[in-house]
Design a protein around this ligand. Structure first.
Ligand SMILES: Cc1ncc(COP(=O)(O)O)c(C=O)c1O
Length: 418
């Protein structure tokens, strides 16, 4: 059996926890988790759901699937409950799609660090296509055409296009024009689109238009979602997927349900209770999502300001909770400190300043580039009280516990670049 590596972000998170337990003061920006407390009504639902101890249907009970169908329908994606499967996280659903749908995979470069390893587990090749200058989560359309042709010439068979809307790692959202362009390519090249919309409800400005490829290319788009990010419930493992109508969609749906039946059986019944409540979107959930998105936006913008303030290039964050700066303009200055690539930049930040980021090459980016991902959602405080204060604040970056860390980050980057 081949030895497989553990996901680099999970490894890094464990290493940071160990060093923090030994008393080291670190600023951890290397893990894509929203450090926010559990919203109280969710805990109440979970407790109520604990009485449900039967396995239940593989795709999820009808109540939760109806609720998820309603969630998509309210987002201009008319959906019936038999198009929905819920699961312990969106990760296993994304993996199941890769197992069920033949052919190789086109992913943006950089991208969330799980798509390529999942493709490898499914015996596929993943081809990273550079993202455009203005946003991540999507390949540059012209480059995508070239890379598909190049892959075919080499005997590969690209059949799946993965998009992340909004994006991890760049914290940006591709606009409607880009989505239309990519859907046209998917039609021409007969690609299935997998639209990972786990950050969909974290768009910083509610006026920003969101176009799902499932609106443009409904018969060839699978959409994944979940509660790990929007409601900071990563450890509860709640994910869902919407399959297209029609024969092709049904085939993929059935394949995913078959994989689910042999691997995870179903989403834990108490979690289905939580998911049904959330996806019905009562007003308190809508308010909580809005407050979270506001907080994520405020802190990401401030960190973006720090990065551009010292001379890095960085796409302005518009969604999710990340920034992805590029220190190429400062290459000369950094080279004098021995920083010449993604790994040495990561190490220098860790060793000199105790700042932990996820190096760009871990996300498929060029090893020689001076880029990294910073998850700004880890800056809301160490205690539940601090995190709640961050959610409640009109101007969270001015809270003493947040502004102190931001100052440390700013001072570190000023030193790094001078
Ligand atoms: C883009 C993206 N998709 C999916 C996931 C996984 O989410 P889940 O907790 O639903 O498995 C993550 C988590 O980091 C993510 O960033």
């Amino acid at each position: 059996m081949t030895a497989r590596r553990v996901s680099p972000n999970l490894l890094l998170n464990q290493a940071v926890a160990r060093r923090q337990a030994q008393g080291e003061s670190l600023v951890h920006l290397g893990f894509g988790e929203a450090r926010l407390p559990v919203f109280a009504p969710l805990a109440a639902r979970l407790a109520a759901g604990s009485a449900h101890n039967a396995y239940g249907p593989v795709d999820g009970g009808s109540e939760v699937r109806e609720a998820v169908a309603g969630y998509f329908t309210r987002r201009r994606l008319p959906t019936t409950s038999d198009q929905v499967v819920v699961a312990p996280g969106s990760k296993p659903l994304l993996m199941a799609v890769q197992l069920v749908v033949p052919g190789d995979v086109m992913i943006p470069r950089p991208a969330w660090n799980t798509y390529a390893p999942q493709a490898a587990l499914a015996g596929k090749r993943a081809f990273g296509v550079p993202i455009p200058d203005d946003c991540g989560g999507v390949p540059d359309p012209a480059r995508l055409r070239q890379e598909i042709r190049a892959a075919r010439v080499l005997g590969h068979d690209p059949r799946i296009l993965v998009l992340t809307l909004p994006d991890n790692p760049t914290g940006t959202l591709a606009g409607p024009e880009r989505i239309r362009e990519l859907c046209a390519i998917a039609e021409e090249e007969d690609l299935l689109i997998v639209s990972d919309e786990i950050y969909r409800d974290i768009v910083h400005d509610p006026a920003t238009p969101f176009l799902s490829p499932a609106e443009v290319a409904p018969h060839r788009t699978v959409v994944s979602t979940g509660l790990s990010k929007t409601l900071a419930l990563g450890g509860w493992r709640i994910g869902a997927m919407r399959f297209p109508e029609g024969d092709r969609g049904r085939q993929i749906h059935d394949g995913v349900v078959s994989a689910a039946s042999e691997v995870w059986s179903t989403l834990a019944a108490p979690m289905q209770e939580v998911a049904a409540y959330v996806y019905n979107e009562p007003p308190e959930i809508t308010a909580r999502l809005a407050a979270s998105a506001r907080l994520h936006g405020a802190v990401a913008r401030r960190v973006h300001g720090i990065m551009t303030g010292v001379g890095a290039e960085c796409r302005p964050p518009t969604g999710a909770f990340y920034v992805y700066p590029d220190f190429e303009p400062l290459r000369g200055t950094l080279a004098r400190k021995g920083i010449t690539d993604s790994l040495s930049l990561f190490e220098h930040l860790f060793d000199e300043y105790g700042i932990v980021v996820l190096a760009g090459h871990q996300l498929g980016d060029d090893e020689r580039a001076l880029r990294f991902k910073a998850a700004t959602s880890l800056l809301y405080g160490a205690t539940r009280a601090e995190q709640q204060a961050a959610l409640d604040a009109a101007d969270p970056v001015r809270l003493p516990h947040i502004s102190a860390v931001l100052t440390r980050i700013e001072e570190s980057f000023v030193k790094l670049t001078s």
